[in-house]
Write a protein that binds this ligand. Structure first.
Ligand SMILES: C[S@@+](CC[C@H](N)C(=O)[O-])C[C@H]1O[C@@H](n2cnc3c(N)ncnc32)[C@H](O)[C@@H]1O
Length: 347
């Protein structure tokens, strides 16, 4: 929302809440424009309002109210004759054809804030989410598709870097909650003798299966649909990935999960935990920190999770039998925690 914050003007308003109100309305208005196909239609070029209304099946009298709000909020530009165009910000960040597009995130967070954040007060009172996030997701094909596209987009940049720089994964990899398969595919591409098993909820695996086929790795990457808290994970793996999974569970959930992962690894096996830890890197900008603290709140209201501190996760791993714990920065807030089980005779 590219608004100039005039300190004099702000002195006479409740600056924080007022700006947040504008931000909330802006986010909702942008979400509506996306759902109505306005940004997508304008990707082809500027249009007069009547034409835009006809093409998006909207009310020609009401549409300009939304469009004018979006002009003030920085999403659209207006030329004389009620001709509207995407602003450079919109064209650059909400084009769904680009791999870095924010469009899936805008759509997904609309659903999340609109539906699940309704239970915020209740979850803070009771310590439990009102709704089961994954059941909710499975019942909403659009939100599920947006969620997977978003996760896949985030993982696309990181996966090759992690696969190249992580400790040698040995020959058998277990990817816990690795649904979109980016990480398993990247590891197998770097390590030619490696086979991988991905365990994720059935809906989480749909996208991943296509990616495995596309990469020509169907013979080396297998998928197990199931709940990682109860599914048979198998045994004897050299390495397990727990990437962006711990933040979806509370402490007892993580302790139970890490014990299951320890049991699935061979003696001397390694676990790699990819997370944003609550003790954020010092150089984290105020904007990034604000997002991540709010994201932690989102994990709490939707899943009963949160961003956990590095020492907490390291402590649970130690209690699950792991040692030689290492912390590696990956740039930005993403970090890798590496821990190893003792060799057979040390256990
Ligand atoms: C935030 S995503 C992370 C995906 C991937 N590991 C990554 O880092 O990009 C969490 C993944 O864990 C899966 N997941 C969460 N809880 C699960 C459970 N109880 N059983 C199986 N999969 C689960 C979700 O379906 C999703 O694919």
């Amino acid at each position: 929302m590219p608004l100039y914050l005039d300190p004099e003007e702000l002195r006479y308003q409740a600056p924080g809440p007022h700006l947040d109100l504008i931000g909330a309305m802006a986010f909702r208005a942008a979400g509506a424009a996306q759902r109505l196909g306005i940004f997508k239609t304008l990707l082809e070029g500027p249009l007069p309002v009547a034409e835009l209304a006809a093409r998006t099946d909207t009310h020609a009298g009401t549409l300009p109210v939304l469009l004018d709000a979006l002009v003030s909020l920085g999403y659209l530009n207006r030329a004389p004759g009620q001709v509207y165009a995407n602003s450079p910000m919109t064209a650059g960040s909400l084009d769904p054809r680009t791999p870095w597009s924010y469009a899936p995130a805008l759509s997904f967070w609309q659903d999340l804030l609109g539906e699940l954040w309704d239970g915020l007060e209740e979850s803070v009172r009771t310590g439990r989410p009102r709704t089961d996030f994954h059941a909710w997701l499975e019942s909403r094909p659009r939100a599920l598709r947006d969620f997977q596209t978003m996760l896949n987009g985030i993982a696309a940049g990181l996966a090759p870097v992690i696969a190249e720089t992580a400790p040698d994964p040995g020959e058998r990899l277990l990817d816990v909650g690795g649904g979109h398969a980016r990480h398993s595919v990247a590891f197998c591409q770097v390590h030619s003798r490696l086979t991988a098993t991905i365990v994720d909820l059935p809906a989480g695996l749909e996208d991943g299966r296509a990616r495995i086929e596309e990469a020509g790795l169907a013979g080396r990457v297998t998928t197990i649909p199931g709940d990682v808290t109860v599914a048979d994970l198998g045994t004897g793996y050299d390495t397990a990935l727990l990437f962006n999974l711990c933040h979806g569970f509370d402490e007892p959930g993580n302790r139970a999960l890490l014990a299951r992962v320890a049991a699935a690894l061979r003696p001397g096996g390694t676990v790699l935990v990819l997370e944003t830890f609550a003790d954020l890197p010092e150089e984290t900008s105020p904007v990034a920190e604000a997002f991540l603290r709010a994201f932690s709140l989102n994990l709490s209201v939707t899943r009963g999770g949160r961003l956990h501190g590095f020492a907490d996760v390291a402590g649970w791993l130690t209690d699950a039998g792991f040692g030689r714990i290492e912390r590696r920065r990956l740039g930005g807030p993403d970090e890798l925690l590496i821990a190893r089980l003792p060799q057979g005779e040390e256990r």
